[in-house]
Design a protein around this ligand. Structure first.
Ligand SMILES: O=P(O)(O)OC[C@H]1O[C@H](OP(=O)(O)OP(=O)(O)O)[C@H](O)[C@@H]1O
Ligand SMILES: Nc1ncnc2[nH]cnc12
Length: 186
């Protein structure tokens, strides 16, 4: 099961962003190419786990292919959290910190009463999800769940406990320096 995903994890390259270890994978980076089979398999699995919701939300950039595929398979609309401001009414600005970058992000298209599932390629430090979730609650949206492909170094468990939300993932990743291990959840 999840054989294409398993195969895609063999021989991933690891690079350094300063002191931060980073692995290169099709669905986390768009490099090497994202095969249709991989996207199909991963999105099928996420659809199986998807809590009932009326909106899929995903931060740019690498949440987009996964969230789009899930949206196509479920007919649930998808909204993208952008790194550029449109300055339109209702836009909410947040500050994202990852292990290697800081960026402003802008939420449009989420309304009070929406039942939202957040989909992303990876959780690592949790900075991205920690920035997004409280703002969704302030807007009055209900966060029905978070689903990521990769849970790096137990980021999901830490954020889940701190924010009191459920974070599901398909693969646990242990990455320290240049040593990487993957643990599939099935
Ligand atoms: O848990 P964290 O430490 O916050 O890391 C996870 C985030 O890092 C990556 O986003 P990035 O902003 O690098 O953009 P990208 O999707 O364009 O790679 C990834 O897509 C997640 O959104
Ligand atoms: N591809 C990746 N590898 C390791 N850490 C990450 N954090 C965000 N993207 C990552």
């Amino acid at each position: 099961m999840l054989d294409v995903l398993k195969e895609s994890l063999a021989n991933v390259q690891i690079i350094k962003k300063g002191d931060y270890s980073y692995f290169i994978h099709p669905l986390a980076d768009g490099i090497p190419n994202i095969s249709a089979e991989l996207l199909d398999e991963v999105s099928d699995e996420i659809v199986k786990r998807l809590p009932p919701c009326n909106l899929i939300l995903s931060p740019e950039a690498m949440g987009i292919p996964i969230a789009t595929a899930v949206s196509l398979k479920t007919s649930i609309p998808c909204s993208i959290i952008r790194k550029r401001s449109y300055g339109i009414s209702g836009e909410v600005c947040i500050k994202q910190h990852t292990g290697y970058s800081q960026s402003m992000m802008y939420i449009n298209g989420v309304s009070a009463g929406d039942e939202v599932v957040l989909i992303d390629d990876i959780i690592s430090t949790g900075g991205t999800i920690r920035a997004i979730i409280p703002v969704l609650k302030t807007i009055g949206a209900q966060v029905k769940g978070v689903i990521v492909l990769f849970n790096k170094n137990h980021g999901a468990e830490k954020v889940s406990q701190d924010l009191g939300i459920s974070i599901d993932s398909l693969v646990d990743v242990e990455l320290v320096d240049d040593k990487i291990d993957f643990f599939m959840h099935q």
